[in-house]
Design a binder for this molecule. Structure first.
Ligand SMILES: Cc1cc2nc3c(=O)[nH]c(=O)nc-3n(C[C@H](O)[C@H](O)[C@H](O)COP(=O)(O)OP(=O)(O)OC[C@H]3O[C@@H](n4cnc5c(N)ncnc54)[C@H](O)[C@@H]3O)c2cc1C
Length: 463
């Protein structure tokens, strides 16, 4: 018998869809199928640097899935989908029929064909297996080379930096974080890293990786240089997992093309998360391979699958990361592309900010600054709110141009907080995730990890 809802992929997009369907429909049959166990990829760096145990990565256990009344199939891949017959075929030849199908298969790491990349000390940081592999060589004092200086590469960099590894990063393009920061912002981050002993090699590539009997590796660079490493992490890009849709007639562009209801060109087939090319808040369609988009997509898809009629206003391109104590964020149309810009740069304190304008609305931004500068962190949230709400700033635009470090007044005066408070994805506040590791609730008590945000005064103690 056909399952009412078949979800392929147990990452955040699939899991949020599952919880939304179950919240709206207590009885419908749901099947969750994935080649991996359900876990949060974005938590892998915290596992790598020892801040959380492996069990904390998980999205659910047997008791949780029983409570949610979900049939699970883990460790199997979907090979093909036949939307006309409403069924799919697995890698072992088994067939599954559905009434509604959600494709939430995410993306996979890609790698350039570097000789030696199959050595045991070389890995990606994309899956749980990659992270387990990285953990065999990642330890204090180890030499780690990162190939690729993008968002994921820098998240990996930050994790191994926290572990106390000696680091070098190699980037093919002329600057680090090329799809997250402009040249000036990137130069600030590069200077910050060099001051902390991280080797930064831009405008070059790794030609080959050679192993040695002791396990140390030698990386030859195109510009003639060489690096040694105990661990090499490749983070050169990702591609959407759309292979299962070959020949299905489901439209694929950069990702699976979906409308505002997360529906593909086949009426009962939906897509969500990294694999989906959905509405962009600032216009058009895009693949935004980030957790918040996966969660939103999952909720919208789940609600529509369960019979509601809800439309997504779109995801916002955003990248936020901590780079060895330097906070870096960019949002929306941060490249500017000829639009009016307000720029503030203080190299002495490593502070860089850029706002991109369309009339009196902020449509893009870059913020770089030390992570213990709490005004930077607050402003990041407020600038994001201005972009998300697209409130006109009217006279407050002039104020912000003269006082680019005072975001708070224009933010409050423009009504952005009120506009944000009204926004809900499904017409009501979202429900908390129903799975907690060993029933643990999130703590509101500050821990050692919060010290940097509380202050550097030694006389101030954590509560
Ligand atoms: C190291 C790392 C750090 C990150 N940090 C951040 C961060 O700080 N902030 C942020 O916003 N985002 C971050 N991300 C990105 C974020 O994790 C992803 O955007 C998110 O996981 C996407 O969720 P998803 O459900 O679409 O896909 P996934 O989480 O990739 O889940 C999809 C699942 O489907 C499975 N699957 C694929 N094909 C098939 C098939 N044919 N049959 C069966 N199963 C299949 C996959 O194996 C996978 O288990 C990070 C990612 C990584 C790797």
């Amino acid at each position: 018998m056909a399952t009412r809802h078949l979800i392929v992929g147990a990452g955040p997009a699939g899991m949020y869809a599952l919880e939304t369907i179950r919240e709206l429909d207590r009885d419908a049959s749901i099947t969750l199928l994935s080649d991996e166990a359900p876990y949060a990829r974005m938590a892998l760096p915290y596992y790598l640097c020892g801040e959380i145990p492996e069990a904390h990565l998980m999205y659910g256990d047997r008791a949780y899935f029983e409570r949610m009344k979900v049939d699970t199939v883990f460790g199997r891949r979907v090979r093909s989908v036949d939307p006309k017959a409403n069924q799919l075929t697995l890698d072992d030849g088994a067939e599954l029929a559905y009434e509604n199908l959600l494709i939430a298969t995410g993306a996979s790491a890609t790698a350039p064909p570097i000789p030696g990349s199959g050595l045991p000390g070389v890995c990606h940081l994309w899956t749980l297996d990659d992270t387990r592999k990285a953990l065999t060589n990642a330890r204090k004092g180890a030499d780690v080379v990162l190939i690729g200086a993008g968002f994921i590469g820098f998240i990996a960099l930050n994790a191994v930096y926290k572990l106390g590894c000696r680091l070098a990063v190699v980037e093919r393009e002329a600057q680090i974080l090329p799809r997250m920061l402009d040249q000036t912002g990137a130069s600030f981050v590069e200077g910050w890293l060099r001051e902390r002993g991280v080797g930064v090699y831009t405008g070059t590539t790794v030609l080959a990786i050679e192993g040695s009997p002791e396990g140390r590796m030698r990386l030859g660079l195109r510009d003639g240089g060489a690096l040694t490493a105990d661990l090499v992490i490749i983070a050169t890009g990702i591609r959407t997992n759309v292979d299962l849709l070959g020949g299905s007639g489901i439209e694929v562009n950069d990702g699976v093309v979906v409308d505002g209801r997360m529906r593909t060109n086949s009426a009962n087939v939906y897509a969500a998360g990294d694999v989906a090319e959905g509405p962009d808040l600032l216009g058009g369609r895009a693949v935004h391979a980030i957790q918040p988009t996966a969660e939103d997509h999952g909720r919208i898809a789940g609600a529509n699958m369960a019979g509601l009629d809800v439309t997504y206003e779109g995801s916002l391109l955003m990248n936020i990361t901590d780079v060895a104590g330097l906070h870096c964020a960019s949002f929306g149309l941060w490249t500017g592309d000829g639009r009016e810009e307000t720029v503030l740069a203080n190299p002495g304190r490593c502070i860089y900010r850029k706002l991109v304008w369309e009339d009196d609305r902020v449509v893009g931004a870059i913020l770089v600054g030390p992570v213990d500068d709490t005004s930077m962190l607050n402003d990041t949230g407020m600038v994001k709110g201005l972009i998300q709400t697209q409130v006109p700033l009217r006279a407050w635009k002039g104020y912000l141009l003269k006082n680019p470090l005072d975001v708070r007044r224009p933010y409050v005066a423009s009504g952005a907080p009120a506009a944000l408070l009204k926004r809900t994805l499904l017409g009501k506040p979202s429900r908390d995730k129903q799975y907690r590791f060993q029933g643990m609730r999130p703590t509101t008590r500050p821990t050692e990890a919060h010290r940097v945000l509380i202050g550097t005064r030694p006389d101030i103690k954590l509560l």
